[in-house]
Design a protein around this ligand. Structure first.
Ligand code: HEC
Ligand code: HEC
Length: 486
């Protein structure tokens, strides 16, 4: 007798009914809720919350800060503003591996070096979410820092820096430095590393702040303060921004506090899909991004360093990023020893601050020197630094960076020998897992951060052009008396 298959006598509807629990558990809604539950545990364990929106600050203070941020009056040669490198048209960065400051030509990312002018040694970081209360360091080497007792400090490789009183936060402290850096904003003549008497601005007038020592912040800002208060509109703006203080009692701290207030107000974006998810909106993230989050906080080990709400522990780690560009010290070319230049400690060699990751899809190239153009290469580097260094190809770099790059096996080996043991990203992440991590990083971008045009003012009180377009600059200078400096 032929055997009758057992299933045939069972009516189809009954079969479906019997199999229903199995069917349900394997379809997406059920899996998603399982993902959500696992993520919830992680979110609680890591104390993660959505970013905060901006604190209330007077519109007058923000307006003063906005003008200063875009005003080239704060640069020695009157040719560079903060926005030259932190260009709002391109996401508060310049999309160059290494920035081009004083003497450069053009609008980022098409900006090119001027003849005889240097490249800046490190990549321009984005200015997103600087008002979050967790911030206590600034710069790739955290040389601006808020100590545990709340005091604000800054150091350079030459030692501690004297800061004016009344600075409001690390962002304000930071703003004191770009105008003091010769290659960025201060300008120079001849050797960029020496005192530069004889340097002139775009009108041919003496650059009176060129002559000071690099970390003489009081002298440099004394000069900048005199420039600003010589402009009547700035006197008005200062009085409005700080109505309770007579201008005679003000100083550079009032300028940088306003610059910080502007950056915080203009560039805080607390509505990324990840932030919405943290606020309870479960559908803000795709399943792939949720799986990426599980990896980020789990097996991939990213959150060991990219921890907390800012996704950075604000500590320095050596993950052996390829060394490209001129390096930080003229005496030791093509090397950047990172944090150790500030602390002079052996353990800090090649240490760079873990970068924050909000809106990271917008801010290529990546690493402290812009060595990588895309996020997949960055993650692959974390997975296997030795392989990534061996495979690193300088040909994708712009010529001016490539010409100043000198990678050697011994340098790579020196970095690998000191690799931070906390870097335990598995080398065998699958392509699928890579996609999930990338989807998670994508979910860290607030769509509102993609168009920042409205943060650019039409004009600034000095009357200098806001734009870095060489044609605009030429037209501006055409009818100006040019005083050639002796
Ligand atoms: C020539 C290009 C350039 C100019 C001009 C410039 N910056 Fe930057 N900015 C950089 C670079 C490069 C860094 C990182 C330097 C480092 O860490 O060593 C930086 C760092 C910063 C940071 C720290 C961000 C962080 O996460 O630590 C802030 C904030 C900032 N700049 C704001 C400003 C302001 C305000 C001005 C104008 C007063 C300005 N920048 C002018 C290139 C520039
Ligand atoms: C040991 C600490 C550590 C771990 C673990 C770690 N990172 Fe990083 N990450 C860093 C440091 C430090 C840098 C900057 C290095 C440099 O510029 O020299 C960085 C850079 C990055 C950047 C570039 C961001 C930018 O703005 O330039 C991204 C993206 C990134 N990490 C993502 C990840 C992901 C994803 C993981 C997990 C797969 C991860 N990181 C694991 C420390 C870490």
């Amino acid at each position: 007798m032929r055997k009758i298959p057992i299933l045939i006598p069972i009516p189809i509807p009954l079969l479906i009914l019997l199999l229903l629990p199995i069917l349900l558990s394997s379809c997406t809604p059920a899996r998603a809720s399982d993902l959500d539950a696992r993520l919830q545990t992680i979110i609680e364990a890591n104390h993660l919350t959505p970013l905060q929106s901006t604190p209330q600050v007077s519109a007058d203070k923000i307006a003063l800060g906005q003008y200063l941020f875009f005003d080239k009056e704060l640069s020695g040669n009157r040719d560079v503003s903060c926005a030259t490198c932190h260009q709002p048209l391109v996401d508060t960065v310049d999309h160059l591996p290494l920035p081009i400051g004083s003497g450069g030509i053009g609008v980022a990312p098409h900006r090119r070096m001027g003849p005889g002018k240097p490249l800046v040694a490190r990549n321009t970081p984005a200015l997103f979410d600087l008002g979050q209360p967790e911030w206590r360091t600034m710069f790739w080497d955290a040389r601006v820092e808020q100590l545990d007792d709340g005091s604000l400090t800054a150091r350079t490789s030459q030692g501690p820096v004297e800061l004016p009183p009344g600075l409001e936060n690390v962002v304000a402290v930071q703003a004191l430095f770009p105008p003091s850096a010769r290659a960025e904003m201060r300008g120079f003549k001849g050797d960029p590393m020496r005192d530069s008497p004889g340097d002139v601005d775009i009108f041919g007038r003496a650059n009176e702040i060129a002559k000071f020592q690099d970390n003489d912040i009081p002298a440099i800002w004394g000069g900048l303060w005199r420039r600003i208060i010589a402009i009547p509109e700035y006197m008005d703006l200062l009085q409005k921004a700080y109505p309770d203080t007579p201008v005679e009692q003000m100083g550079p701290q009032h300028l940088v506090n306003a610059i910080a207030a502007f950056q915080i107000d203009a560039y805080t974006f607390p509505q990324s899909p990840w932030d919405r998810y943290l606020a309870g909106e479960r559908r803000a993230l795709s399943t792939e991004a949720k799986q990426g989050a599980l990896l980020f906080y789990g097996r991939a080990g990213c959150s060991v360093c990219h921890s907390g709400n800012l996704m950075t522990d604000q500590r320095m780690h050596n993950i052996a990023a390829p060394q490209i560009g001129p390096g930080k010290q003229p005496a030791i070319e093509h090397r950047d020893y990172g944090r150790s230049l500030i602390t002079r400690k052996d353990e800090d060699i090649f240490g760079f601050r873990t970068p924050p990751l909000r809106n990271v899809t917008l801010t290529a190239p990546y690493m402290h020197n812009g060595a990588y153009d895309d996020l997949e290469s960055v993650i692959r580097h974390h997975m296997n630094p030795a392989r990534a260094l061996a495979d690193y190809d300088v040909m994708h770099l712009p010529p001016e960076v490539r010409q100043r790059t000198w990678i050697s096996e011994s340098l790579n080996q020196a970095m690998l020998d000191r690799l931070d043991p906390l870097l335990q990203v598995p080398a065998d992440l699958s392509d699928n897992e890579m996609d999930q991590l990338l989807a998670f990083l994508e979910a860290l971008t607030d769509p509102a951060a993609k168009d920042l045009r409205k943060t650019i003012p039409q004009r600034v009180p000095s009357g200098l052009p806001v734009s870095d377009d060489p044609a605009v600059m030429r037209a501006f200078l055409q009818d100006k008396p040019f005083v050639r400096h002796p």
